[in-house]
Design a protein around this ligand. Structure first.
Ligand code: SF4
Length: 317
């Protein structure tokens, strides 16, 4: 699949705390121009992420997980557009898990997918009752709910021969997860753009890994996707994640390129500059006359090398 060149020009992405409400169309022509630029940017970023991590190859059977939220609709839309232009053939199949939450509008996704001509399956599993039964009232349910959902989707993919599972997590989700693990898990780990599941039966891909949430939000509004809210269950959001999201939103207001730089850091890890003995052989370091690596305590930091391929800062760096 071809890799569109990285864009380095300024973009007018909405980065305020509302996390991407589409800009009011005071001037319809300008709004249309912005919408077109956003759509192109999203397509380019998705194409670049797919190419960089070799997410999709010819002959792949890709199961697209569609929750009915803005990100999964955007992902499906992007993948459909990319497939049209891709030099290789791959299959796209949408799957939604109906978790039996009260008030879940069962007709919405089938109607949308039929209209778009996308083959799909609605998987029914009452994870809602399980979560309600197992967790005490008032406790955040999202962790268990997500694990049950993931299990059901992974199983379906395996049983039906889908070798890739596409999830709609974006760059903001990846950076949020890094801080969740850092602040609350004592681990430096984020959410990879591509990963093999624990049991080795599935490869998960995240085609929106280079996309900002503000863009998926605005794109979703512009496209008029029939959104199904993820609050039908009545669960309280995970407060730790909410706090981190607010932190990122504050940074977007005051330091517009910071979140992007953090993501870039996730792409450029220096094991010898950390302290993980499993990642780097500190015990084996010997004087051998060869040049060693720069010590940040003694040496000046390396110059900023500019944007990583395909990752677009909210403002020019
Ligand atoms: S908000 Fe409800 S449906 Fe969504 S992940 Fe949390 S518990 Fe599950």
């Amino acid at each position: 699949m071809s890799s569109p060149p990285p864009q380095t020009s300024p973009v007018n992405t909405n980065i305020n705390g509302s996390a991407g409400k589409a800009a009011p169309a005071a001037d319809p022509r300008r709004a249309k121009l912005e919408a077109d630029k956003r759509a192109k940017r999203l397509r380019r970023q998705v194409g670049q992420a797919i190419a960089d991590y070799q997410m999709i190859e010819g002959g792949d059977r890709v199961m697209v997980c569609l929750s009915g939220g803005k990100d999964s609709y955007t992902m499906l839309d992007m993948l459909l557009a990319l497939r049209e232009a891709a030099p290789v053939d791959f299959e796209l199949f949408a799957v939604n898990l109906d978790q039996k939450q009260p008030g879940f509008p069962e007709h919405v996704l089938p109607e949308y997918l039929r209209e778009r001509g996308v083959p799909f399956h609605i998987l029914e599993q009452d994870t809602y009752s399980v979560v309600q039964r197992v967790l005490p009232e008032g406790k955040t349910q999202c962790g268990l709910c997500s694990r049950l959902r993931r299990g059901a989707l992974y199983r379906y993919a395996h049983e039906n021969g889908y070798n890739k599972i596409a999830l709609g997590h974006h760059l903001d989700d990846i950076v949020e997860t890094l801080f969740l693990n850092l602040f609350h898990g004592g681990r430096m780990a984020a959410m990879p753009p591509k990963l093999k599941s624990n049991d080795g039966r599935n490869v998960v891909i995240r085609p929106l890994a280079y996309c900002r949430q503000a863009d998926t939000q605005a794109y979703s509004e512009e496209q008029g996707f029939p959104i199904i809210p993820c609050t039908l269950c009545g669960s309280q959001p995970n407060l730790q994640r909410v706090t981190i999201r607010r932190m990122l939103q504050d940074w977007d207001r005051t330091q517009p390129d910071r979140v992007y730089k953090i993501f870039r850091a996730i792409q450029h890890v220096a094991p010898s500059q950390l302290a993980d003995r499993e990642l780097f052989d500190f015990a084996g370091l010997r004087v051998d006359g060869e040049a060693g690596e720069a010590d940040p305590w003694l040496d000046a930091p390396e110059p900023d090398t500019g944007p990583a391929p395909g990752v677009i800062p909210l403002r020019p760096v």
